[in-house]
Design a protein around this ligand. Structure first.
Ligand SMILES: *[C@@H]1O[C@H](CO)[C@@H](O)[C@H](O)[C@H]1NC(C)=O
Length: 353
């Protein structure tokens, strides 16, 4: 009798787990109807464009080389799209070991008084994650290495957003580093992700129990923080308190493995790169980008007073045009879409509502 009851309970738990896994991985979303906001063209095919940041003047910095031992920062000028994408030369790096290893999230701080542009690039050298800081020389179009920032808490970081010079929020995607424990973290749906705040000296946790927090950004007035929970397939909006701690004020489920978030500086709209199938995105990751494709998706989220009021899918593709899209941004009638390990795409923004 008890045996039967225990068996039935275990069966119910197992069935519930399998349904959750099926829904989490999203392999069932295998029929993908392609659509785009307008004509698109590929700016380049290889090494990816995991994250980007656009200055108000239309210059876009792109991190490329997430799968490479040495990544790059590339430059694209929205005002001169025919010029294409160029690699930014970097000066003054003699003494930095494992420089620009597996380049990941990027954020920029423009010093208000001087106009000096500082780039902060998250990298994954062996051991502890590190942020390389550069000064951008706009006339020569080159980067000058400035310094490196790291912290004992930087373990499996994903993206960062600057709110002042050397002060930033940064997401921790996984808790574990050991690959087997990471598998456990994924397949037991453990919500061990965090947001840390780095105050210029050291990091502390300001939000926890997040399900693989990926992209992070702030509202134009910096009062709200947006976090894309890849595993949770939702956007979480936090209010920033005076002491830089965070309180959740909105969660928006979007049924997509959401990745980086860009915020329109005027409208406050969010542009989000995403992965319709989390399972295919994870598989793509494991295979270092070359042989597989994973579907891509771009979401535009309208906001009112910083809160999300509407979600519009502006781009979707099964992975042939762009594989595993991680980021998208809109600038004066054009949309740039980046990917973890392959293409960078430029589309006309004709149909975005
Ligand atoms: C994606 O769609 C294209 C065009 O419809 C098709 O030729 C291709 O085989 C599809 N690829 C995958 C991976 O589904």
């Amino acid at each position: 009798m008890y045996g039967k009851i225990i068996f039935l309970i275990l069966l119910a738990v197992l069935i519930q787990y399998l349904i959750r896994l099926w829904s989490f991985l999203g392999y069932y979303k295998d029929v993908i109807y392609h659509h785009a906001p307008g004509p698109c063209r590929t700016l380049y095919e290889e090494d990816g464009s995991e994250d980007l940041y656009v200055l108000k003047n239309g210059l876009a910095f792109i991190t490329s080389g997430y799968y490479l031992a040495k990544g790059k920062v590339k430059l694209f000028d929205f005002n001169d799209p025919r010029h294409g994408v160029e690699d930014l030369p970097i000066l003054g790096i003699d003494a930095v070991p494992n420089f620009m290893a597996h380049t990941h999230g990027i954020s920029v701080w423009e010093q208000p008084e001087t106009g000096v542009v500082y780039l902060y690039v998250l990298t994954h050298p062996p051991g502890q994650d590190r942020i390389e800081v550069f000064q951008f020389d706009q006339t020569k179009r080159e980067l000058k290495y400035f310094k490196s920032i790291t912290d004992p808490l930087f373990r499996s970081m994903n993206d960062l957003v600057l709110i002042d010079i050397d002060k930033f929020y940064i997401t921790q995607f996984f808790w574990f580093k050991n690959p087997y424990l990471v598998y456990m973290e994924i397949y037991l749906f453990l919500k061990y992700g965090e947001v840390l705040f780095f105050d210029g000296m050291k990091a502390r946790s300001v939000a926890s129990s997040l399900h693989q927090p990926n992209g992070i950004n702030v509202s134009p007035d910096k009062s709200l923080v947006y976090v894309a929970e890849f595993g949770g397939q939702q956007i979480t909006v936090f209010k920033r308190n005076k002491d830089d701690s965070l309180d959740v004020i909105q969660t928006v489920p979007v049924d997509s493995g959401v990745d980086n978030i860009e915020v329109d500086p005027i409208s406050g709209d969010l542009w989000v790169g995403g992965h319709p199938s989390v399972g295919k995105a994870l598989e793509y990751d494991a295979n270092a980008g070359k042989n597989r494709t994973a579907p891509s998706q771009v979401l535009r989220m309208k906001t009112s007073k910083g809160l999300i009021t509407d979600v519009i899918e502006v781009y979707r593709n099964n992975g042939t045009e762009i594989s595993a899209s991680t980021v998208a941004t809109h600038f004066k009638g054009r949309i740039l879409i980046g990917s973890v390990g392959s293409q960078l795409l430029l589309c006309d923004a004709k149909y975005i509502d």
